[in-house]
Design a protein around this ligand. Sequence first.
Ligand code: FES
Length: 176
Amino acid sequence: MAKKVGRSPKGDTKPEITPTTPVQIAAAAICARHGNKPDELLEIFHEMQHDLGYVPEETLPIIAKALNRSRAEIYGVLTFYHEFHRHPVGKHVVKICRAEACQSMGTDELCQHAESKLNVPLGGTTADGAVTIEQVFCLGNCALSPAVMVGEKLYGRVDPKRFDEIIAGLEKEAAE
Ligand code: FES
């Protein structure tokens, strides 16, 4: 993160942030495309995730400055929405619901199975970068618990066998 120290009109020193790294420059450009409007923050995050794969921590001061908001506000919004990634993720993101309805239908066992099948903890990415598994809290598919989402596709009543089939489908897709 590049910081420059400038002087405010009152003469006291104040840190000034300028984009220097490629992701910071990309973030500044995305904000500019959205007119640096604070009410377009979610669209900005979506665009960053689409372009960069995640919302890097180092871009938050750039976004805050562009939108004339505090870093805490930007960070608060980013962390409130679970759909935004703050770290690089795999080619496929497999979200496993752990909210109440799915809990009652065995999602804990499903999570344990997923961790052992892919050999990564929840929140982790397989060594080949193919799959990230994440826990989420309600996918709006409670009637078909346990629920799993891969990209935009929703799966219901996912037991360990069905989970393996989903992963096999991703592997097959990657091999084609
Ligand atoms: S509780 Fe899992 S989809 Fe709603």
